[in-house]
Design a protein around this ligand. Sequence first.
Ligand SMILES: Nc1ncnc2c1ncn2[C@@H]1O[C@H](COP(=O)(O)OP(=O)(O)OP(=O)(O)O)[C@@H](O)[C@H]1O
Ligand SMILES: [Mg+2]
Length: 290
Amino acid sequence: MEYAVRFENVGFYYPKQEIEVVDNAITAVRNPDEITQVFNAVTADLPAAMMSLVGQNGIGKSTLLLLAGARLFPHEGTVTIFGTDTKSFVDAAVDPELEQERNRLVSFVYQNMEFESRASVGDLMEFVYENGFYETDEGALIEDIKRAFEMERFLHLKTQHLAKGQLQRAIIAFSLLYGSRIIMMDEPVFALEEPQKDRVFAFLLDFSRSRGIPIYYSAHNLELTQKYSDSMLLFSRTGDFKIGPTAQLFNREEIEAAYQAPMDSLYRRDSLYREVLLRSHVGKEGESQA
Ligand SMILES: Nc1ncnc2c1ncn2[C@@H]1O[C@H](COP(=O)(O)OP(=O)(O)OP(=O)(O)O)[C@@H](O)[C@H]1O
Ligand SMILES: [Mg+2]
């Protein structure tokens, strides 16, 4: 099968985080002497397709996306995106030209992304498209996205004035308008209402298939990951993973083995997790508005 990203003998770890309470404030303190090994000698070809990442909390979904998206770099081995070694982008954080080159190759929608803008969402969409890398005229794409994502009501607003669900739709819109060759999305829609998640993901699947732009994503919503992906990357509970067509890999046996839990309880857990993510973001105006 055609692949987009290749992991070769990849090792990756974080310094261990410990929680410390000082003056009643809780902070995560890093202890560089101890590490959390997330990947060890991982070799895998990731398909050029819309792929969902599925697995238990803390198993490594975000880390894998960050490695595949050249936002983190392996301590051992190599990650290549369409043949380009991500190590060539190590300095992207301090070199705007290199950062642009990386973003042209791969866009990243971070979990819980927030930023302030001077321009309105509508103007930002135009700006991203004009500064992006589509080689053909894709002007109609802007209107298509606005419609599919139901953005009309907040196009005139700045990003800092959006409700979380609106901001998530805006950020996904920007990622599609930039014209990167591949896109990573980490929990991109948790704040959306269910029917809206469906509409956004139906659009993403069609976008990915019709344009041949792979999209890899994690979502704490099993139904979504099943319905809207052609491939699936399923983590076992020990942290290894399998990749295969969703139609084959998404079955009760595989999922229950991966989570060590009955399927029904997993569907309930999805909605609990949504509550947790939403609670970390309260008090924005218009929060309940679509
Ligand atoms: N910045 C960090 N510093 C230290 N440890 C981290 C950091 N980010 C993640 N980890 C640890 O690395 C492991 C993998 O985490 P990761 O966030 O990739 O998992 P995940 O599958 O995305 O989890 P979730 O389902 O909660 O989103 C976990 O043990 C986590 O605690
Ligand atoms: Mg994660």
